[in-house]
Design a protein around this ligand. Structure first.
Ligand code: GLP
Length: 260
């Protein structure tokens, strides 16, 4: 794992955007795994800026989103499809037919999940997966106790996650109980993973994921088993790390050819 600690959330988001942009420039038909929530907003703002001001071209890019609420159509204001349309897709030149997000209205959920996995494979797999982290260490919507080998499937949200996400809904009772999410195994198949965590509310989950044991009780901890993970943090999210001085030292002393 490479842990990068930036002084503030904006810089951490810009760094994540720069990694994605570099990939898209090197591989114009890249397959991006995308995330929702407050955390990636700065990443998407920067990608939109690069598209407008630096001609970053998404016309051949394919995207797969991590997750969606069961029972919400793309028109629902809190659906992840709507989130992606508003914050990214409507502002860049990605082709609508290259955008894939789990369908919260699928009538055959297991069948849909199998097709989602097949589709990722048919596109050659995900080149870079962007992740946030839940306060309980979840990635996508893989809550604690998720199988570390899991694939795309339906999951039940914990009360804490429903509570954390209630701010996106008109009332807390409206937060769906079920979601479709890529599995932990699906995420591990990505060639590269960028986990972004911002703010003091994530400090404990970050410490457990980065410095704790690999355990299904902290699904993000399994990223320790992935060969190419960058964990981008602001100083608050890094505040509980025991070895933050070492991570900073490593980053400052990287060989030039490894910089990003
Ligand atoms: C949701 C999403 C996750 C996201 C998490 C954290 O549960 N399914 O992908 O990482 O929220 O959200 P936020 O970035 O708003 O803190």
């Amino acid at each position: 794992m490479e842990i990068v600690i930036e002084s503030n959330s904006e810089r951490a988001g810009v760094l994540a955007a720069r990694l994605i942009a570099r990939l898209v420039r090197e591989k114009p038909d890249a397959v991006l795994g995308l995330a929702t929530g407050s955390t990636p907003l700065g990443v998407y703002r920067e990608l939109v800026r690069m598209h407008r001001e630096e001609h970053l071209d998404f016309s051949r890019v394919t995207t797969f989103n991590l997750d969606e609420y069961v029972g919400l159509s793309g028109a629902h204001p809190a659906s992840y499809r709507r989130f992606m349309e508003e914050n990214l897709f409507s502002q860049i030149n990605v082709a609508p037919q290259n955008v894939f997000i789990p369908d919260g209205m699928a009538s055959d959920v297991p069948g849909f999940c199998r097709e989602y996995e097949d589709r990722i494979r048919a596109h050659g797999g995900i080149d870079v997966q962007l992740l946030g982290i839940g306060g309980d260490g979840h990635i996508g919507f893989n809550e604690p106790s998720s199988s570390l080998a899991s694939r795309t499937r339906i999951k039940t949200l914990t009360p804490k996650t429903r509570q954390d996400n209630a701010r996106f809904f008109a009332s807390p009772e409206e937060v769906p109980h079920h979601v479709i999410t890529m599995g932990v195994g699906t995420i591990l198949d990505a060639r590269q993973v960028v986990l972004l965590a911002l703010g003091a509310g994530k400090a404990r989950a970050v410490r457990e994921a980065v410095e704790g044991p690999v355990t299904a009780m902290v699904p993000a901890s399994v990223l320790q088993m992935h060969p190419s993970v960058k964990v981008l943090l602001d100083s608050q999210a890094a505040s509980e790390l025991e070895r933050s001085d070492y991570y900073r030292w490593v980053y400052e002393n990287k060989p030039d050819w490894q910089r990003f």
